[in-house]
Design a protein around this ligand. Structure first.
Ligand SMILES: NC(=O)c1ccc[n+]([C@@H]2O[C@H](COP(=O)([O-])OP(=O)(O)OC[C@H]3O[C@@H](n4cnc5c(N)ncnc54)[C@H](OP(=O)(O)O)[C@@H]3O)[C@@H](O)[C@H]2O)c1
Length: 321
């Protein structure tokens, strides 16, 4: 089978697609024929081992897992002994940000990993595009007390996390102001935003409205700049640590010292995210945004594009010819 390999950390040029042995499922494992996976920002961080802390997770000197990929959509081709959760032929999708090695034509995965069956009518590409962003979005949003009628601003609403956050918030009846580039205004309106701010024309931190929650899904702002658009008691979350890891520091201090607080969530509830996504997909309430799809052989181009930080929604890798 073909797999994308990186034996060292570095830019996308260290990746190569090679013939490797097809894995065999052990007891309690599934063999999955991967049809689609995403190339996402977590994969990019693992590829370069940046930030440095990634080395403590992925291997200090060189990558412990030489194949990247944190999500997949595919078909169960074989099952090991003791597997009852899924059967051969099931269409399933799954996610694990510690790495599933899914940038390959086949993978083996423990049957108790974070997975679910793909709803009828949803393609492999759509299924692959639906999990990673939604998982982070859900695990950030659920750390804040908000409900129907509350007002939320999402910056970076055109990214994988932002486009999922917008839809998850709308499914809860929340009023959402979404910030994006001119070219994505129509897309973001079509995903349900109540109001859209074009960041090329307007600085959202100078907005006249105030919000219960400001979610910077691309980590381009700061708590200092967003304070003036937060209501007293409001919360700020960024997907990035910020300058000098300030969001971590503020998350420890603002709940005690300030009227507006920073939350820095650790996104741990993965199976809940997968189940939520499955339900929303089945009910037509989540439309995964797909920017481009690349064949496995073009994995270097896919990473080069994702590293620009300008993809719209998700970039898909197609594993089967
Ligand atoms: N904390 C965690 O656990 C965690 C986990 C995963 C990812 N992350 C981080 O979360 C961030 C977002 O991830 P993602 O996958 O959603 O990113 P992404 O899909 O790569 O985001 C790209 C989008 O951001 C938009 N964008 C770029 N600059 C912007 C700006 N100044 N203002 C508003 N929008 C802007 C781009 O739109 P235009 O180019 O059209 O402007 C593009 O659509 C990344 O920084 C990633 O490292 C954090």
């Amino acid at each position: 089978m073909k797999a994308c390999i990186h034996a060292e950390y570095g830019p996308p040029s260290v990746l190569s697609v090679r013939e490797v042995e097809k894995p065999v499922p052990a007891d309690g494992q599934l063999l999955i024929k991967v049809h689609a996976s995403t190339v996402n920002r977590t994969d990019c961080a693992m590829l370069r081992a940046k930030p440095f802390v990634m080395r403590f997770v992925c291997g200090f000197w060189r990558p412990k897992k030489q194949t990247l990929g944190t999500d997949f959509a595919g078909e169960v081709e074989a099952v090991g002994n003791d597997v009852t959760r899924f059967k051969v032929g099931n269409r399933i999708f799954g996610f694990n940000d510690s790495g599933l090695c899914s940038h390959a034509q086949y993978l083996v995965v423990s049957a108790d990993n974070f997975m679910a069956t793909i709803p009828d009518g949803i393609s492999y590409e759509q299924a692959a595009a639906s999990i990673e962003g939604a998982h982070y979005a859900q695990n950030f949003i659920n750390k804040v007390q908000i409900g129907a009628g509350d007002r939320v601003l999402v910056n970076g609403a055109s990214g994988a996390i932002g486009s999922a956050a917008l839809q998850l918030l709308k499914s809860e009846g929340i009023y959402v102001t979404a910030v994006c580039n001119t070219k994505n205004l129509d897309l973001i309106r079509s995903l349900g935003a109540d109001r859209v701010i074009d960041y090329l024309r307007e600085d959202f931190t100078q907005d006249q409205e105030v919000y219960d929650f400001v979610f910077d899904a691309v980590g381009k702002s700061s708590f200092g700049k967003c304070k003036r658009i937060l209501k007293p008691g409001g919360s700020y979350i960024s997907s990035e640590l910020g300058w000098m890891a300030q969001n971590l520091f503020f998350a420890l201090t603002t709940p005690w010292l300030a009227r507006r607080k920073v939350v820095f969530p650790v996104p741990l509830r993965v199976q809940e995210s997968v189940d939520l996504v499955r339900g929303l997909l089945a009910g037509g309430k989540l439309k995964p945004v797909i920017d481009r799809s690349y064949p496995l052989d073009a994995v270097t181009e896919a990473f080069t594009y994702v590293e620009t930080g300008q993809k719209t929604g998700n970039v898909i890798l197609l594993q089967q010819p």
